[in-house]
Design a protein around this ligand. Structure first.
Ligand code: F6P
Length: 319
């Protein structure tokens, strides 16, 4: 192994820069040439690849987003795109690629490996929806962003004695809603993994109302319903003043927390170590506070990412 490249793909997440820095610095520390592939797989196909130096990642550890930019590339789903990408790497003598992203990005990595390139995945997404790791880079920051918003909304909800529906990201995975809802003391948390019962949501509101608690926070993951649809339904069925806030892409940006910087740094460096040991087709992850690695096939096989106990905890604490 003489040359390594790194790319970010899919939705960006805070801490990706720390992971890129981990890859770059660990490579240089080991006297390995390291390249940045810009704009994810799209850039790989278009040969948007540049050699990186120590300074390329200087002053980036605290920055949100990804200095390499990112994309969701349709072209890389095709055999032609994959072949072109692998060819571009081979012509630069690059034999290993670290892919920072989510499971779609890892599917791309697997394809790349079928064209003779060693690959290592680093889980980077705000959704925390990747199996075989307890945390993904960016989830902690995004959850803290949501909690800050909930706290602010609670102030005005209390003053005006209103119900607020807060829509958060998570098309298929409810971890942001669940963690932020729990830590933010939401009255109801609706996530895609479990069907919700509108009567139960209304009962909770009414019980609170009868006890004199006239404000409520309902956190809904975008994969369940839009905030406005849910808020309209609640308004209609309860007759209570209901407002909606959609947090949207605010959740994807911002300064990464210390946790995400640490996680990104640890995972990025480990990905390089494994490539140097001749490993491929794996994902590095965090389990019991140790950096681990697992075959990508295992990551693709597992489905469950939401902890049912946490969901139950949320229900029992928001009575
Ligand atoms: O995968 C991260 C994520 O932020 C999801 O939570 C969200 O559903 C999706 O990306 C939004 O993607 P885009 O920014 O492409 O609209």
């Amino acid at each position: 192994m003489i040359k390594i490249a790194v790319l970010t793909s899919g939705g960006d997440s805070p801490g990706m820069n720390a992971a890129i820095r981990g890859v770059v610095r660990r490579s240089i520390y080991n006297d390995i040439d390291v390249y940045g592939i810009y704009h994810g797989y799209h850039g790989l196909i278009n040969n948007d690849i540049e050699k990186l130096e120590m300074g390329s990642v200087g002053d980036t550890i605290h920055r949100g987003g990804t200095i390499l930019h990112t994309s969701r590339s349709e072209e890389f789903r095709t055999e032609k795109g994959q072949e072109q990408g692998a060819q571009n790497l081979k012509s630069l003598g690059i034999d290993g690629v670290v892919v920072i992203g989510g499971d779609g990005s890892f599917k791309g990595a697997e394809k790349l490996s079928q064209h003779g390139i060693s690959v290592m995945g680093v889980p980077g997404t705000i959704d925390n929806d990747i199996p075989c790791t307890e945390m993904t880079v960016g989830f902690d920051t995004a959850t803290n962003t949501v909690i800050e918003a909930i706290d602010r909304i609670r102030d005005t909800a209390t003053s005006h004695e209103r119900i607020f529906v807060i829509e958060v990201m998570g098309r298929d995975c409810g971890n942001i809603a669940l963690w932020a809802g729990l830590a933010g003391g939401a009255e109801s948390i609706l996530i895609p993994e479990f069907e919700y019962d509108m009567d139960e949501v209304l009962d909770r509101l009414k019980q609170g109302y009868n006890r004199g608690k006239k404000h409520s926070i309902i956190v809904v993951a975008e994969g369940v319903s839009t905030g406005s649809e849910l808020s309209e339904q609640i308004k209609e069925k309860s007759g209570l003043d209901t407002k909606v806030t959609v947090l949207g892409h605010v959740q994807r940006g911002g300064t990464p927390t210390a946790y995400d910087r640490m996680l990104g740094s640890r995972l990025g460096a480990k990905a390089v170590d494994l490539l140097l040991e001749g490993e491929s087709n794996k994902m590095v992850g965090l389990n019991n506070n140790k950096i681990t690695s697992v075959d990508l096939t295992e990551v693709f096989l597992e489905k469950e990412k939401v902890d049912y106990d946490l969901y139950e905890l949320g229900k029992s604490l928001s009575i």
